[in-house]
Structure formats: structure tokens, C-alpha cells
Design a binder for this molecule. Structure first.
Ligand code: GTP
Length: 610
């Protein structure tokens, strides 16, 4: 099949609008998978993913399609895009590997935040657009409204009666036959010279126990075949190609991949670490580094949310280390550093792309370790400009300077990360949503009314507000109708301070947080009350305080208590006495000392869990 008859496309959609279902229908329609098998196959793969923690990219797939009118064969590559807002950079890379996109909108929901945000991303890349309205079988579907949104909101060439739009039900299969002819007609073929030196973009990757890291790539120029020697522009590492092929629908080896194609590559010997497969990286033949321009705009993923994790019992450190290694095997975007807390011992500091990414990873850790692990509250980094002009990005709140620090100037020298957020909501909730955004210290950028009582709001919001579950609050205030999408928007000056929890004047490093000055009083009060509930009484009085530098913002006192377990026992009851002493010894392993106060690990755990 000549390059003029390749088409590379992806599906731009809001979550749940039917991307997976539509992909399955298209694969069935082209005979790539058997009807009825489709869903099952995808589900089976997901089970594997869940069980072994490997991501199987079920939806990136090649299809062979015979055009009904011309009888010509086409090779169609459907590239999957991560549906997860934290992976914005990866979505951009997926778009870079395509010439077009299906703009998929749920007929009953209409255009939503991710539709808007992804539409503009795809539009900026000049992708050919095929509007597809899905779920027309639903009684609540309102095709007219969506057509109007596409016409006026996105200025797409759609007729008043939906001409130029595919109207489908991915569920029943209605209208599916119109989609691929539209792909062939509206999406341009790729261009590229198969005789030029290789220029290949890394779009996605996953770990395979037998083959090492498998790369999903788009070849822009040249060809790639087994035995070729390649070099990565991002890492400078060199590799020998072991196998190339297409996903049809499973890995199907080919003799070569040519300019214009999307396929998989793995090396021999295999790439060991998923972290070496940098999404957006360009590869070329060894020796062609000087003549090939790498694909522009490659950026290292930037962690924006941090937590620290510690084993409840330090004896479990190695067990936890194993599962950290296992979980990061397939998640190239987690950064992992060793950490040490005075209160919680040895552990790790983990960085994530965003708060969703962070909570998904936390869930997996908790699934494996349950109460055996203590995870600190998620925090965003902050940036300090010191008196001498140097900058530091602080990811561990304990490292944030105290107000009394002589190297630290106050005014205008502390910055927090912010995001550009796109929100969609029904007009009736506008007042409530604006209130929430303002309370989250957001600044409004624009407000746009979309045909059919839908509003698109753009805000600059502190990344910290997303970690504080702004999305949950929005959903609550709008009966679940609000949708949110965001992308990183750099740093903004902010009035941030470090809030410490002190136990008998001694700071508990694991509980320290960097907060906005407006939150200090409320959070300080909350901390001391909650901490008091969870800490056992001691032989002496314990003072619990929340403080910013030397300034105490809240205080509680824990009265002393005599804890003499043996006194109650009869002196002759030796075995019971022994048992009790042993149990105490076991308990002591879990005890940590902060200043002169011993605190059971479980107290931290209870304090840190919501
Ligand atoms: P994510 O993978 O979570 O982003 O969702 P998605 O966009 O891939 O949506 P998915 O295909 O999983 O569909 C979401 C829900 O909508 C599922 O329950 C589907 O069964 C349902 N659905 C998809 N297409 C149709 C349709 O044409 N009609 C109806 N009634 N339901 C549909």
C-alpha cells in the first residue's frame, strides 16, 4: 500500500463519550477483530494490566480498509491517546503522530471540558477533523444542540442539519459505516521520504517481561528494520533494533516500518528501564545525528505533586522497596527518591504529574500494603528566590525556609505552580462555580457561553487547589455536571508559609506543610485537635502546637497519664507477665520518638488518613 493510502488518526473525546466503544466498532467493521469478541478482548487485556501492572495499549491499532466506492485498500492507524488530564504532554505527542482526529461528542452530554481543551490542541497541530456525534440511540440525545455547538463553538464545516458530521451509535453500530469513508476523505495522508535517514518519534511505551520496553513509534522519514543501529536524541543511548511491526490488533512483526507508518519497535538487547523511553523523543540511525533535526518540543515530564511514603514497620522496608520498583516499572512518569523522616524513618519521596496520577498510584500502593504503609499528604512544589538571587524548587515541605531564615527575603520571592483550567458547566451553576474558583484563589481568564446553556470558563488556578480536591467540590456544587481540564501554566507569586506541627516544641517533619497564609489559622486549629485525638497520653504533659516560624497559631494540651500495665497483674502470673512484656516489645518497634515524646506509628497513620 503506497503512502498516499495511509491515514493516521486519533480520537479526541471527553471521558465516557465512547472512545473505547467506537474504537472497538471500527476494529470490528474492518475485520481486525471479530464482532462480539471486541469488548471481551479489550477486557481480557485490562485484566492482564490489572494483575501484572503492565499497560496494554489495546486501542492503538492498525486496520486494513477497502474503500467501498473506489475499491482501493487503505492502511489506517488508530492511535490511542491517554484519557487522563495529567498526561497533557503525552496527548500532545499522540497528536503529533497523526494527521487527523475524530472529534467525538456524546449526543446527550454535548461538548465538555476535555472536548474543548483537546480540540484546541489538535487544531493547533493542524489536524484534519472528522466530527462524530455518538450515542444517538439514547432517548436523551440532542443531536441538534451538539451540531450547533460544533458549528458555532468550533467553527467546523458542519451544515445546519448535521451535514459533514457522522451520526453514530457505537453501541448499536448505527452509522459506523460512514466513519471510515470520512477518515479517508477528510484526513490528509502522511508525507515523508522512505529514502531519507530515519526520523522516528516515540509516542508511547510499555514494559513487556520478555521483550523489555516496547516503543510505539511514528516514522516520519526513512525506514526502520531489525538490525538497524539507532540513537536517541534525548538520552544519547544507542540500540540495535530487534523487531518492528504493527498492532493488528496484537503485535504483528513486519520486515520494516516505512515513513508515514505507526508501529512498534523493540530492541535486542531490550531496553531495560521504561524511564529511558522518553515520550516525544526522536530516534535516528547512528551516524545521522548531525543531519536529522529532532522533532521539536521534547520536554521531560515535570512532577507537580509529591508525597512521601514510609513503611509502618521499618522491618518492611525491603518489601516496600520491591513493590515500588514493580509499580514504577510501567509508569515512566513517577519519580522516586529516597527520603528520611525523623518521625517516620526511612522511606521514599514520590513525584507525580498531577493529583489524579498521584491518587491512582496511592490506591495501588494501598491495595498492596494496606495498613503497612504511611503516606503523607500530597503537596505541590514551591519555588524560592533567595537573597543572593539563587532559585530553589522545594519538593519536601520540610525544606521550606522558616520566616526567620536570614537567607530568605519575604516580599515577592515565593512562587507556586499554577494551571490553565477549562471548565464547562450548565449556566445555572455559574455563580456557585465562580465562587469556588475565587475561593481557590483563581483568576478568571474568560467566560464564554456555548450554544445550549453551556458555559465554558477559563481560570488560572493554583495547582494546590486541584490537590485540595477542587474537582470534587465542583462536582458537588453542580450535581456532577461540571467538567474540568487543565494544563501546566508555570509559576505565580504567592504568599506561602511553612506550617509546622510541634510536639513539646519539637517539629514533626512528616506533618509539615507549605500553605497559603489565608489557610494558616484554620489548618493549624484542625491539626492540633486531630493530632491530640490520635496520640496516646504519656507520663508527662504533652503540648501540641501549630506554628509558623516562632509564631504559634494553635495549641492543645494532652494531660499526663500513668501507664503501668504490670501493676494490675498478680505477681505470680509469670507467663502472662512475659507475654505482656513481649507484646510491648513488639509494639516498641512501631514507636518513634519526637523530641522526648514517643508516638506509635499508627497515630501518624490515623492522623494522615482522611
Ligand atoms: P474512557 O475510556 O473512560 O475515556 O471512556 P470512553 O470515552 O472510552 O467511553 P467508553 O467507550 O468506555 O463508553 C462509556 C460508556 O458509554 C460505556 O458504558 C458505553 O457502553 C457507553 N456507550 C458508548 N457508546 C454508546 C452509544 O452509542 N450508545 C449508548 N447508549 N451508550 C454508549
Amino acid at each position: 500500500i503506497p503512502i498516499e493510502r495511509y491515514r493516521n488518526f486519533c480520537i479526541v473525546a471527553h471521558i465516557d463519550h465512547g472512545k473505547s466503544t467506537l474504537s472497538d466498532r471500527l476494529l470490528e467493521y474492518t475485520g481486525t477483530i471479530k464482532p462480539g469478541d471486541g469488548n471481551k478482548q479489550v477486557l481480557d487485556k485490562l485484566d492482564v494490566e490489572r494483575e501484572r501492572g503492565i499497560t496494554v495499549k489495546a486501542q492503538t491499532c492498525t486496520m486494513l480498509y477497502k474503500h467501498p466506492k473506489t475499491g482501493l485498500d487503505y492502511m489506517l492507524h488508530l492511535v490511542d491517546t491517554p484519557g487522563h488530564v495529567d498526561f497533557r504532554a503525552e496527548v500532545t505527542r499522540s497528536y503529533a503522530s497523526c494527521e487527523g482526529a475524530l472529534l467525538l461528542v456524546d449526543a446527550s452530554q454535548g461538548v465538555q471540558a476535555q472536548t474543548v481543551a483537546n480540540f484546541y490542541l489538535a487544531f493547533a497541530r493542524g489536524l484534519g477533523m472528522v466530527p462524530v456525534i455518538n450515542k444517538i440511540d439514547l432517548p436523551t440525545s440532542d443531536v441538534e444542540r451538539v451540531v450547533e455547538q460544533l458549528r458555532t463553538g468550533f467553527e467546523l464545516p458542519v451544515g445546519e442539519n448535521g451535514e459533514g458530521c457522522c451520526l453514530v451509535s457505537a453501541k448499536t453500530g448505527k452509522g459506523i459505516g460512514d466513519v471510515l469513508p470520512a477518515v479517508v476523505e477528510k484526513i490528509p495522508p502522511p508525507t515523508g521520504d522512505p529514502k531519507a535517514p530515519l526520523k522516528m518519534l516515540l509516542v508511547d511505551s510499555w514494559y513487556d517481561n520478555f521483550r523489555g520496553v516496547v516503543l510505539l513509534v511514528r516514522v516520519f522519514e526513512g525506514t526502520i528494520k531489525p538490525g538497524d543501529n539507532l540513537i536517541s536524541f534525548a538520552t544519547g543511548n544507542k540500540y540495535t533494533v530487534g523487531e518492528v511491526g504493527i498492532q493488528y490488533p496484537n503485535s504483528t512483526p513486519q520486515t520494516m516500518l516505512r515513513a508515514g507508518q505507526v508501529g512498534y519497535v523493540f530492541f535486542n538487547p531490550g531496553m531495560k528501564r521504561i524511564q529511558d523511553a522518553k515520550i516525544g523523543d526522536t530516534f535516528t540511525n547512528v551516524g545521522s545525528e548531525k543531519v536529522v533535526e529532532p522533532y521539536p518540543g521534547f520536554e521531560e515530564p515535570k512532577p507537580m505533586v509529591f508525597v512521601a511514603a514510609f513503611p509502618t514497620n521499618q522491618d518492611d522496608y525491603n518489601k516496600l522497596a520491591d513493590s515500588m520498583a514493580h509499580l514504577t516499572l510501567n509508569d515512566r512518569s513517577v519519580t522516586l527518591m529516597k527520603d528520611h523522616s525523623e518521625a517516620l524513618g526511612a522511606g521514599w519521596r514520590l513525584g507525580f504529574l498531577g493529583s489524579l496520577h498521584c491518587s491512582v498510584f496511592q490506591d495501588r500502593l494501598r491495595q498492596e500494603h494496606g495498613s503497612e504503609i504511611i503516606i503523607t499528604e500530597p503537596a505541590v512544589p514551591s519555588k524560592i528566590v533567595w537573597k543572593n538571587g539563587k532559585e530553589t524548587i522545594i519538593t519536601n515541605p520540610a525544606d521550606f525556609p522558616e520566616p526567620e531564615d536570614p537567607k530568605f527575603r519575604h516580599e515577592g520571592t515565593v512562587y507556586e505552580p499554577i494551571v490553565n483550567a477549562t471548565l464547562t458547566l450548565p449556566e445555572e451553576y455559574l455563580g456557585r462555580v465562580i465562587e469556588l474558583c475565587e475561593a481557590a484563589r483563581g483568576t478568571q481568564v474568560s467566560i464564554e457561553f456555548f450554544h445550549g446553556t453551556q458555559v465554558i470558563l477559563k481560570y488560572k488556578l493554583p495547582t494546590a487547589s486541584l490537590v485540595d480536591d477542587l474537582f470534587g467540590k465542583l462536582k458537588g456544587a453542580t450535581k456532577g455536571y461540571a467538567t474540568l481540564d487543565y494544563e501546566d501554566a508555570g509559576w505565580r507569586e504567592a504568599q506561602l508559609v511553612k506550617l509546622n506541627l510541634l510536639v513539646n516544641k519539637h517539629p514533626v517533619d512528616a506533618i509539615t506543610r507549605v500553605v497559603h497564609t489565608s489557610q494558616v489559622e484554620r489548618l493549624g486549629r484542625q491539626w492540633v485537635t486531630k493530632f491530640k485525638e490520635h496520640v496516646d497520653r504519656q507520663m508527662f504533659e504533652v503540648i501540641i502546637q501549630a506554628a509558623v516560624g516562632r509564631k504559634i497559631v494553635a495549641r492543645e494540651t494532652l494531660k499526663p497519664f500513668r501507664k503501668d500495665v504490670l501493676a494490675k497483674l498478680h505477681a505470680s502470673d509469670i507467663t502472662r507477665r512475659k507475654k505482656l512484656l513481649e507484646r510491648q516489645k513488639e509494639g516498641r518497634k512501631r514507636l518513634r520518638t519526637v523530641g522526648n515524646v514517643t508516638i506509635d506509628q499508627s497515630s501518624f497513620q490515623k492522623f494522615l488518613s482522611k
